[in-house]
Design a protein around this ligand. Structure first.
Ligand code: SF4
Ligand code: SF4
Length: 545
């Protein structure tokens, strides 16, 4: 119901500028006022999104503002719905059921009130912080929340500032204070009233006097220790707002109302090369809903997302695609008179471009398209093409190479190469003057996901003895520029390998390789090994069939 979110209520903030030694005054309310008073910005408070339809440059947004419906157009969307602290009530193994164990969010408010005390109102003089409370723990949050170390160091500073006789004891597994935050850490380390203990918390118990005894194992001393505290703070982690189970966007897309997510509710993006891009073109997730991050990183993130939103609007206004084929003017064309309405293209497009019309045929939203060609690879009747790339063009290319009859110039190998990761590997090998087997022919592709199964049968029929597909890594740590193109290619190839096997041809004649730039030195050997295997198999008997 108001701007500023969780951070607005923080007592102080971790430092954003040099010398990075002490907490800073909370300046969020000033930022909120600046936004509210900017006449180019309209704030719709107490509102939720009923629906978003359309495409970049012309999204249609419908809001419910306290019962009143509002509609407007938007060129791009930024989702900054933040995160909430992990529910500390679930941390009974860390003693949350005891009256003198509280969460870091509760401690922040306690420090803000100026009364750091126990439940019975007596001052807390020894305050313990248990780090990674729930984070990096498979049964709670398997990931590092990224901010709790800095938050506890900040809260230790509150303790020392409000009562010089009070002591802070931080028990941590690893202290993660990247970059210049190291100076913030060192300042606390140099404070004689702040004690930092590395170890694993193996037990938390309440004593008769309602103190809290923390058992710590694997300490740097080598011996288990028990630390008795007046008050214990659990440094709980972040949970993205997407885990609340309500859609913030309510996208009217055939592929679902939300941004596709990674494992823990964080939106999927190309986290290695273009982390701001989600799988819905023109829609950008930012801040702690995108990945665990602190407020300073969230501010930078917001700047990045705003620039991406501007870029998306400018490019779509010019009829061009956005990342990673920035400026491409070619889009898939559908020969719909031959469409069988199988809807495979609408399901395999990673970016939710294709809706379905009332006849069950694909209905493209070109401004959502990134021109990857994956739909072209998915279509079983090969009716999807681009002006400069199509099943026919690939067939022309592969059959324009000379195919010798004599086996002494064979085996001939066709390599489909993704232009994003694999083609630069060939470039690098060439720059390094590495010798590549002369019997291979190379066909660059927008993405291996554009591989249509017909290419394999066409190539075998033309006389190639083996076919290699080289593209980006797939799986959890995928590098595919189009998210799952290389994975889709792999699924399709496993089917074609089965078919080849049933025809008594060696399935190993068709193989996919995940390759990246640092593999360039291995490239000649990878190809030579494949060629050697083909020599053992003998010539392809399906030539001309
Ligand atoms: S080219 Fe790629 S992004 Fe565009 S519709 Fe086809 S699969 Fe989707
Ligand atoms: S994959 Fe091809 S046949 Fe199937 S719906 Fe899409 S265009 Fe039509």
């Amino acid at each position: 119901d108001h701007l500023g979110g969780f951070c607005l209520d923080e007592y102080k903030l971790i430092p954003a500028q040099a010398p990075f030694r002490d907490p800073e005054m909370n300046s969020i309310s000033a930022a909120v006022s600046a936004v509210a008073s900017n006449n180019l910005i309209t704030v719709h408070a107490s509102s939720f999104v009923v629906s978003i339809s359309g495409q970049p440059g012309e999204f249609q947004v419908k809001l419910n503002s306290e019962g009143e419906f509002k509609e407007f157009k938007s060129g791009a969307i930024i989702m900054a719905t933040g995160s909430h602290p992990y529910d500390a009530e679930k941390l009974t193994e860390l003693g949350i059921q005891y009256e003198n164990v509280i969460s870091s969010a509760e401690f922040e408010q306690m420090a803000k009130s100026g009364n750091i005390q126990r439940k019975d109102g007596t001052p807390a003089l020894n305050i313990g912080f248990i780090q990674c409370a729930g984070s990096r723990t498979p049964e709670h949050l398997p990931y590092c929340s990224g901010t709790c170390c800095m938050d506890s160091l900040k809260q230790a500073a509150y303790i020392r500032e409000q009562n010089p006789d009070a002591k802070a004891h931080i028990i941590y597994r690893d202290m993660r204070t990247p970059g210049l935050y190291e100076d913030f850490y060192r300042t606390r380390q140099d404070d004689p009233g702040v004690f930092l203990t590395q170890g694993d918390v193996v037990g938390v118990n309440e004593t008769e006097s309602k103190n809290i005894a923390i058992d710590v194992d694997n300490t740097l001393f080598g011996e288990p220790v028990t630390m008795e505290m007046d008050l214990v703070v659990l440094a709980v982690g972040q949970v993205p707002s997407t885990m609340k189970g309500e859609s913030a966007l309510n996208l009217q897309y055939r592929q679902g109302p939300d941004l596709p997510e990674l494992k823990y509710g964080y939106p999927d993006s190309h986290f290695i090369c273009f982390p701001y891009e989600t799988r819905r073109t023109g829609i950008y997730a930012v801040g702690s809903v995108r990945q665990p991050m602190d407020i300073n990183d969230a501010k930078l993130d917001a700047t990045g997302a705003a620039l991406k939103a501007i870029q998306a609007m400018e490019l779509t206004d010019q009829g061009k695609t956005v990342h990673p084929r920035v400026g491409d003017l070619t889009f898939p064309e559908f020969a719909l008179s031959r469409c069988t309405s199988c809807k495979r293209c609408t399901e395999e497009c990673p970016f939710g471009v294709l809706e379905v019309d009332d006849k069950g045929m694909p209905l493209p939203n070109p401004a959502r398209c990134r021109s990857c060609g994956i739909c072209m690879g998915s279509c079983p009747v090969q009716i999807i093409s681009f002006k400069d790339s199509s099943p026919n063009i690939f067939k022309e290319m592969m059959t324009s190479y000379e195919m010798p009859d004599e086996f002494d110039e064979k085996p001939r190998v066709l390599i489909f190469v993704c232009e994003n990761d694999a083609l630069p590997v060939f470039d690098m090998a060439a720059l390094e003057r590495l010798k590549i087997n002369t019997n291979v022919r190379i066909m660059p592709m927008r993405c291996l996901g554009g591989t249509n199964l017909i290419y394999v049968t066409d190539a075998l029929s033309f006389g190639y003895d083996g076919i290699m597909f080289m593209g980006c890594a797939f799986g959890d740590d995928y590098q595919c520029h189009f998210v799952n193109g290389s994975e889709l290619a792999n699924m399709r190839l496993s089917k074609v390998q089965e078919t080849i096997g049933r025809l008594n041809l060696e399935p190993e004649r068709v193989r996919q390789y995940a390759i990246s730039m640092n593999d360039y030195e291995k490239l000649p050997k990878i190809i030579d090994d494949f060629v050697e295997e083909l020599e053992d198999f003998g010539p392809n008997p399906f030539k001309g069939m």
